[in-house]
Design a protein around this ligand. Structure first.
Ligand SMILES: Nc1ncnc2c1ncn2[C@@H]1O[C@H](COP(=O)(O)OP(=O)(O)OP(=O)(O)O)[C@@H](O)[C@H]1O
Ligand SMILES: [Mg+2]
Length: 224
């Protein structure tokens, strides 16, 4: 039973989902329907205030829909828009350690920490106190935490907003590689308002007026 569950593809399905924050009459998310049924690099584009972060919070269950059904079978990790809302521990190593959700030997843990820090361009930062990190370095640390958590579905809310172009490209390439790894591909849902990032995606959709468009290949996607 457990084996068959573990072998199932992670997926998320929204059916006629509507949501409004308390005290607001208008629906921010309105009759939203979409599915993510296979691993890959999925991106959602949308203007400021269109509800992108809200959509991610609905997916991972932080908030509940007013109407509609959300089905998800995935082990979800999240990279929040603001790293200060996420980091709990005093230094990089301890923050990474609380995100490891497997039984690993000390040797494997050290190898993994080295690997994920390298993947986000933070080699040598293991002992650094959090308060000495720049905003972009904190953002990269939260991405490293998502990678070390070994989850099969990662939600990333504008993860490159604080990054310079070099770090942005490094993180985009890291996620691209992990989502296209043919043996054990990751599912990643990446929120952005940077048009140039779309070329890295397998599928792109726009959140507008509370509604998510259908998925398109980046080359066929038109942003209104
Ligand atoms: N807890 C809350 N209570 C009331 N309103 C909220 C709450 N959180 C968000 N909102 C409002 O909901 C709308 C959508 O917010 P959300 O953060 O989902 O947008 P976004 O698309 O992620 O924007 P950005 O591109 O600026 O990150 C905004 O008008 C925001 O002010
Ligand atoms: Mg947001």
């Amino acid at each position: 039973m457990l084996d068959s569950f573990e072998n199932e593809m992670p997926h998320i399905h929204f059916e006629d989902v509507s949501f409004s924050y308390p005290g607001k009459k208008e629906n921010l998310i309105f009759k939203c329907n979409f599915s993510i049924k296979k691993p890959g690099f999925w991106m959602i584009l949308g203007k400021n205030g269109s509800g992108k972060s809200t959509l991610l919070k609905l997916i991972n269950g932080i908030i509940k829909p007013k109407n509609g059904i959300i089905n998800s079978k995935a082990d979800i990790g999240m990279v929040f828009q603001n790293p200060d809302h996420q980091i709990l521990m005093p230094n990089c190593r301890s923050e990474l350690l609380i995100n490891i959700n497997q039984n690993l030997s000390a040797y494997e843990i050290n190898k993994k920490i080295e690997y994920v820090l390298d993947q986000v361009g933070l080699t040598g930062f293991e002992k650094r106190p959090i308060h000495t990190l720049s905003g972009g370095q904190k953002q990269r640390l939260t991405i490293a935490c998502a990678l070390i958590s070994n989850r099969n579905f990662i939600l990333l809310d504008e993860p490159t907003a604080l990054l310079d172009q070099t770090s942005q490209l490094k993180v985009l390439n890291t996620i691209k590689n992990l989502t296209s790894n043919y043996k054990n591909p990751l599912s990643a849902l990446w929120i952005t308002h940077r048009y140039e990032e779309l070329t890295y995606a397998d599928s792109v959709a726009e959140l507008k007026n509370g509604f998510l468009s259908s998925w398109h290949e980046p080359s066929k996607f038109q942003y209104n």
